[in-house]
Design a protein around this ligand. Structure first.
Ligand code: PMP
Length: 370
């Protein structure tokens, strides 16, 4: 059957854009077992996409649609985009292939690895202060707007407002998940309800949540429960009191790509059923756990999604509906990979000073005797 993304991965691809999306849905049995979950916990591994993240899909679609609409003109337009990095990398792939110059405005907080990947693909980078409110002139959004005024033929595709952001997920990510779940047979060893019962993702621009939720609820299972993950310090969650910081809680968080101080148009919160807030520490812990147990080379926000998903599934509501029921399919989005975060202290410190293991002690003893 042709994939929803119209990519025949067994044929020769025209270029690397043919390798955007069509990512695997992978059972997370070891994590499910560890936490006593009976449902099928399934991870949509977006780091397998050409540029390494869930955002390649929207970059491709926003550019292709802007060309059709005559907004982007090859040989003339300059693409400018404010991003937390991954949309930038997706756009850098597309722009390198199509020959558009690209300027990315990126908050200081975002990793060096993202900047290096962007530069490798030929993009220009302007760093902006992390503490600048998103809607101020100094933020990455404000600076991108300023550059658009100053650079002739500058075009901002604007992932925060562009309907092609959620649409890319409604037309590709969602249908891919539905196809994988409905095509996998239920067996006595691995029972399946045959449908997506719950979908869990982090909220950045909200494009993934809005688009996938629409695909699932409109065309597949109107009762699918959609759970959104929002870091502590961000303002996206509902009901509003969830966003209020308690004494001693910091408004700053290190996790990249999720959470905002304004509600992007691409996030239609009507398509979300439940919000869960997460903290950096639990996210970092879950990243390492997913790496060690499931051998998935994931990025930071995957840890937030995993931590939030487990909290929800182990809660009364989630446990009764999904956690304790075998055969229910719970899909979580794993938005990007380790490549983006190799040098981040939260990762590197834990790798450089690992907890002592019996094997490490055995090695030390053996070398000592030698
Ligand atoms: N995780 C990471 C690492 C991201 O870069 C993004 C995109 N900002 C997201 C999650 C959230 O995706 P969306 O913008 O579709 O909400």
């Amino acid at each position: 059957m042709a994939s929803p993304n119209n990519v025949n991965s067994h044929l020769i691809l025209d270029d690397v854009l043919g390798a955007v999306g069509n990512t695997p849905l992978i059972r997370l049995d070891r994590i499910a077992k560890e936490y006593g979950l009976k449902c099928n916990l399934l991870g949509k591994a977006e780091f397998f996409s050409a540029g390494g993240s869930v955002k390649d899909r929207i970059a491709k679609r926003m550019v292709e649609q802007a060309e059709k609409d005559g907004v982007l003109i090859p040989g003339k337009s300059v693409v400018i985009e404010p991003t937390s990095g991954n949309t930038g990398i997706g756009l850098a792939l597309v722009c390198a292939l199509k020959g558009y110059p690209l300027v990315i405005t990126l908050p200081e907080k975002m990793s060096l690895e993202k900047e290096v990947t962007l530069r490798a693909l030929g993009a220009e980078i302007v760093r902006t202060p992390t503490e600048a409110p998103s809607l101020s002139d100094e933020s990455n959004i404000g600076v991108a707007r300023k550059l658009q005024r100053l650079i002739p033929n500058g075009v901002i595709l604007d992932q925060y407002r562009n309907p092609n952001n959620p649409l890319a997920h409604e037309l590709t990510t969602g249908p891919e998940i539905i196809e994988a779940v409905t095509s996998t047979p239920s067996t006595p060893e691995r029972p399946s309800s045959g449908k997506v019962d719950a979908f869990i993702a982090g909220a950045g621009t909200g494009g993934t949540l809005t688009g996938v939720s629409r695909a699932l609820k409109k065309t597949h299972n109107k009762d699918c429960v959609v759970v959104a993950i929002d870091p502590q310090g961000s303002l996206l969650a509902l009901p509003e009191p969830l966003n209020i910081l308690k004494d001693g809680q910091s408004p700053n968080y290190q996790i990249e790509g999720i959470g905002y101080d304004f509600i992007p148009d691409a996030l239609d919160r009507d398509w979300v059923d439940v919000w869960v807030k997460t903290k950096d520490d639990e996210a970092f812990e879950k990243v390492l756990e997913l790496m060690r147990k499931e051998a998935l080379l994931i990025g930071g926000s995957c840890g937030s999604v995993m931590a939030g998903a487990l909290r929800y599934l182990k809660s009364g509501e989630g446990w009764e509906k999904f956690g304790s029921v075998s055969g229910k399919n719970v899909v979580i989005i794993l938005p990007d990979g380790l490549r983006n975060y190799m040098s981040r202290p939260w990762f590197l410190d834990s790798i450089r000073s690992p907890k002592p293991t019996p094997l490490a002690e055995q090695i030390a003893k053996a070398l000592d005797k030698d």
